[in-house]
Design a protein around this ligand. Structure first.
Ligand SMILES: Cc1cc2nc3c(=O)[nH]c(=O)nc-3n(C[C@H](O)[C@H](O)[C@H](O)COP(=O)(O)OP(=O)(O)OC[C@H]3O[C@@H](n4cnc5c(N)ncnc54)[C@H](O)[C@@H]3O)c2cc1C
Length: 301
């Protein structure tokens, strides 16, 4: 995966997209429309999320398998440790391998029942993502990525401990990280500086910025709540004013701000040498395609 990023990066800044496993037929159709619309413009990879505790286990395995078998896209499967026995995690890694998936994003996952609940380790499971990186690496020739947090992980207890954790995951064999979504490029740049200062060798590994083009205030508020990241107050004010006070938010106005912001952030990240731009699409291609078009990287769908 990192090789592919570097290869594409010789000509242009690579981009990648994130999907989630669909729950019903309409969502399934939307995912495949999005996948097909990105295919001709060659994302570096396409990642598929995994519902903590295994709630999307079969769907994640099926979707990444189909992406590998039926498209030219390179899938990366997210895998979370929470709620699983080590034996189950081994079997899951084997199930991905059986479908030809060798790129895995190793995550701890949020506490079961909700992000604000207490984290409880499964008695026969793993406590931290670093242990999942180690387990996957023991099981075969996998390319492993991990999560990173420009604002620091909310439970890290400070940026120094957050930095030490990311460095530990990279030292354990993770080849890159993908960041939590953020809205202030300075946070990404500070994260990169922290990792380079802590360990220059690990700091040379790609830190892929996660971007979400905002198309709805309601959706971004929910995503931010789930992820623990912050929307800068000035941005939230602009979005809320654009959304209006009617029963339905004015999505066109919100979208304009969201696409413009994601475009400006991407331009700055490219200028700062980000290795790849990773877009959380929520399985919609249009907003990401518009940002890519603004960057001269795609034709809008
Ligand atoms: C790009 C990306 C993709 C994601 N995809 C998914 C997904 O598909 N499904 C899903 O459910 N969630 C997903 N998440 C959310 C993620 O699972 C949560 O943010 C989770 O709370 C942290 O996961 P982690 O892998 O970073 O955990 P870890 O690296 O284990 O860190 C968890 C916490 O423990 C702390 N910590 C680590 N090691 C130690 C130690 N030795 N001692 C003390 N504290 C320590 C860390 O600082 C951190 O606060 C994703 C997040 C990102 C950024």
């Amino acid at each position: 995966m990192v090789d592919r990023i570097r290869e594409i990066g010789r000509d242009r800044v690579p981009f990648s997209v994130e999907f989630y496993p669909p729950r019903d037929e309409d969502a399934e159709a939307r995912l495949w429309r999005a996948a097909r619309s990105f295919e001709p413009i060659s994302p570096a990879f396409v990642s598929v999320t995994y519902g903590a505790g295994g709630s999307t286990r079969d769907r994640t395995i099926r979707v990444v398998g189909q992406l590998a078998e039926e498209t030219t896209l390179l899938p990366v499967a997210h895998l979370t440790a929470v709620g699983h026995r080590v034996g189950e995690l081994r079997a899951l890694v084997g199930a991905f391998a059986d479908r030809g998936i060798t790129n895995l994003l190793a995550l701890r996952g949020d506490p079961q029942g909700g992000v604000h609940n207490e984290w409880v380790k499964h008695p026969e499971g793993l406590e931290y993502a670093v242990e999942l990186v180690e387990l996957i690496r023991e099981l075969g020739d996998f390319r492993v990525g991990v999560a990173s947090f420009p604002e620091g992980h909310p439970r890290a207890g400070g940026l120094d401990r957050d930095t030490a954790n990311l460095v530990a995951k990279l030292r354990a064999g993770a080849e890159y990280s993908i960041t939590q979504m953020f809205f202030d490029v300075e946070d990404y740049l500070r994260l990169r500086d922290r990792i380079v200062a802590a360990d220059a060798e690990q700091g040379a590994k790609p830190i892929i910025p996660g971007l979400m083009p905002i198309t709805s205030v309601r959706t971004v508020r929910r995503q931010v709540e789930l992820s623990g990241s912050q929307i800068p107050a000035g941005l939230l004010e602009r979005l809320t004013a654009a959304a209006g006070t009617g029963p339905q938010e004015n999505r066109d106005e919100v979208r304009k701000i969201g696409i413009e912001l994601a475009t400006r952030m991407s331009e700055r990240l490219i200028a700062e040498g980000a290795p790849c731009l990773h877009f959380c699409t929520l399985n919609f291609a249009r907003a990401t395609s518009e940002v890519l078009a603004n960057l001269g990287m795609a034709v809008p769908t």
